[in-house]
Design a protein around this ligand. Structure first.
Ligand SMILES: [Zn+2]
Ligand SMILES: [Zn+2]
Length: 300
């Protein structure tokens, strides 16, 4: 499968389409709504809007990791229906955020099992209650606290939980045979991360999580990331993990020094460049700065 272009629900007749100027039509063709890329064996990724979807096309059924938003999940499902064996076997959420789990609802009645970490389920339920969106959720029916395994055809799936990081419910899903690991939002590649303190995130422990990930996997592992500055870098290797670990360390060191120097949170949030992280653009820099400030100043 390569780039696919998809014009959905167009209300334009062919005649009206012919009236569109060629430039507009060319730009529609050049800018597909979504991209599907196979990585290794029968494992691939789907990107449109939100956290990257990972999938396994097994003879025993399709395994899906994360679901973006309902509209994008619908596009993904339509593509999967074109497969020879189009039954969904299993859906796994890396964590509860809406750009990874709100598309779950599109799988209602299509997938027999939905798996996530127990904290991810609790977070999803809490946020849905707060936002009064409970009727728009498809919740995990199977949870775990440390690890979870299932064999699907020739592939073995193992889920690892290494503690709080981006939230307190992020897990890493490993297709062991293909040696591909979906990290969800435990790795923002080249973008300042969102740190969800209201869902138990920990910048300090996030470093430990990355360390455990580096030691659990090997140089052959292909990692899938939730988000990347460059769409081509939505997958990567252990080197990318080391870069992100260094990033987290540098943010915490910098903010720790600023707090010791008596800086207020407002002053720290005005930072545009963190020493040692000059290559990172300022866009979104307040997210990790604010989280680090709260974490260091309150001890949690
Ligand atoms: Zn995300
Ligand atoms: Zn997230």
């Amino acid at each position: 499968m390569h780039r696919r272009q998809f014009i959905r629900d167009t209300s334009l007749s062919l005649g009206a389409l012919a009236l569109l100027n060629n430039n507009l039509f060319a730009s529609l063709l050049a800018d597909p709504a979504f991209k599907i890329r196979m990585l290794r064996n029968d494992v691939g990724i789907f990107s449109e809007r939100g956290g990257t979807i990972g999938f396994l096309l097994s003879k025993k059924g399709i395994v899906v990791i994360d679901t973006q938003f309902p509209e994008q999940a619908g596009h993904f499902i339509e593509e999967m229906k074109k497969q020879e064996r189009a039954q969904f076997k299993l859906l796994i959420n890396t964590h509860h955020h809406g750009d990874h789990s709100s598309g779950n609802i599109a799988f209602k009645g299509l997938v027999p099992k939905v798996v996530a970490h127990a904290n991810s389920l609790a977070n999803q339920q809490r946020v849905a209650k707060e936002r009064k969106t409970e009727d728009k959720q498809l919740y995990p029916d199977t949870t775990f606290t440390d690890t979870w395994k299932q064999k699907v055809g020739k592939e073995r799936i193992k889920i690892h939980y290494f503690g709080a990081g981006h939230t307190n419910g992020d897990s890493i899903i490993h297709f062991e045979h293909a040696n591909i690991a979906h990290m969800g939002d435990l790795l923002f590649n080249g973008i300042h991360p969102f740190v969800d303190k209201s869902s138990g995130a920990s910048m300090g422990n996030w470093i430990n999580v990355i360390d455990k990930t580096i030691s659990t996997f090997n140089d052959d592992t292909i990692f899938i990331f939730g988000h990347a500055a460059d769409p081509e870098k939505i997958t990567g290797n252990r080197e990318d993990l080391k870069v992100f670990k260094n990033y987290l360390e540098k943010v915490l060191e910098f903010v720790g020094r600023e707090i010791k120097a008596g800086k207020t949170k407002e002053e720290v949030l005005k930072t545009t460049v963190i020493p040692g992280l000059e290559a990172w653009k300022a866009d979104g820099i307040q997210r990790p700065l604010g989280a680090a400030y709260d974490e260091i100043s309150t001890g949690k």
